[in-house]
Design a protein around this ligand. Structure first.
Ligand code: ADP
Ligand code: MG
Length: 249
């Protein structure tokens, strides 16, 4: 059984069946990519894993426990962290302050903006954030305004903010979207490094096939809300249905 098990998940938005019967099993400590054309339902599926959406039908279990009906905070506490499709950092805060936020949130259940002036007084949180910055190779940027960083570094910070919560499952929704090639390659290297250094499972939605084929051990192709095929990268590359539905051939 996988660490994440998705069974017969369906989700409808009004007249639109965004997800049909989705079945998916993500093996512990693997990198599993979900690919598919725009509007295939990839983000909707991810939203069902983290409590942002509740599917109409089916089940989602993490480490044998249902996530359905739990709040995003409860699911986060279970060990799932997620990087969003659009960067979710606080541009007005420093890199260090940003890194402290998820550590606060995990401890206190929420992050309150009123806590910002007092953040540096929390020794444990400062230490944990500093360690994560070093791990991310960002210690030299600790006092920088987050808004002033490159897109690639913002992404790096965001991924670090997720990892600071020490998740067992990291979910990434198009982490390299809009990045220059050099930043994309840095992100690939970063994810490889994370995989080597930690016991972590990664599920990644990604458009860039270079990223997918560099990282994934399993690939699920989603088309119109239904998994078309799930296989190894080598088999996916040559799959005629995939070429037709996804690569437009
Ligand atoms: P992907 O991430 O694969 O590009 P999405 O999961 O974002 O696709 O969207 C799948 C389909 O569901 C799209 O047709 C999209 O317009 C629709 N959709 C997504 N979220 C909502 C929503 N909150 N309300 C209505 N329709 C939505
Ligand atoms: Mg999406």
């Amino acid at each position: 059984m996988g660490i994440l098990e998705v069974k017969d998940v369906g989700k409808r938005f009004g007249g639109l069946q965004a997800l049909g019967d989705v079945n998916l099993s993500v093996k512990e400590n693997s990198v599993h990519a979900i690919i598919g054309p725009n509007g295939a339902g990839k983000s909707t599926l991810l939203n069902c894993f983290v409590g942002k959406l509740i599917p109409d039908t089916g089940s989602v279990t993490f480490d044998g426990q249902s996530v359905l009906g739990r709040t995003p905070y409860e699911i986060n506490q279970m060990g799932i962290s997620r990087v969003f499709q659009t960067p979710e950092i606080f541009g007005d805060l420093s890199v260090m302050e940003n890194m402290m936020i998820p550590i606060f949130a995990k401890r206190d259940g929420a992050f309150r903006l009123q806590a910002i002036p007092h953040m540096m007084e929390e020794k444990d949180i400062v230490e944990a954030a500093e360690k994560q910055l070093v791990d991310m190779n960002m210690a030299d940027k600790r006092n920088m305004h987050a808004a002033a960083m490159s897109r690639g570094d913002k992404r790096r910070l965001e991924i670090g903010m997720c990892l600071a919560q020490e998740p067992r499952l990291l979910l990434l929704d198009e982490p390299t979207a809009g990045m220059a090639r050099a930043d994309t390659n840095n992100t690939i290297d970063l994810l490889k490094q994370i995989k080597e250094e930690r016991d972590i499972t990664i599920a990644i939605i990604e458009h860039d096939m270079h990223v997918v084929f560099s990282l994934a051990e399993r690939i699920t192709v989603l088309a119109q809300g239904t998994p078309l095929v799930e296989d190894t990268p080598d088999n996916i590359k040559g799959h005629p249905k995939v070429r037709e539905a996804y690569l437009g051939e």
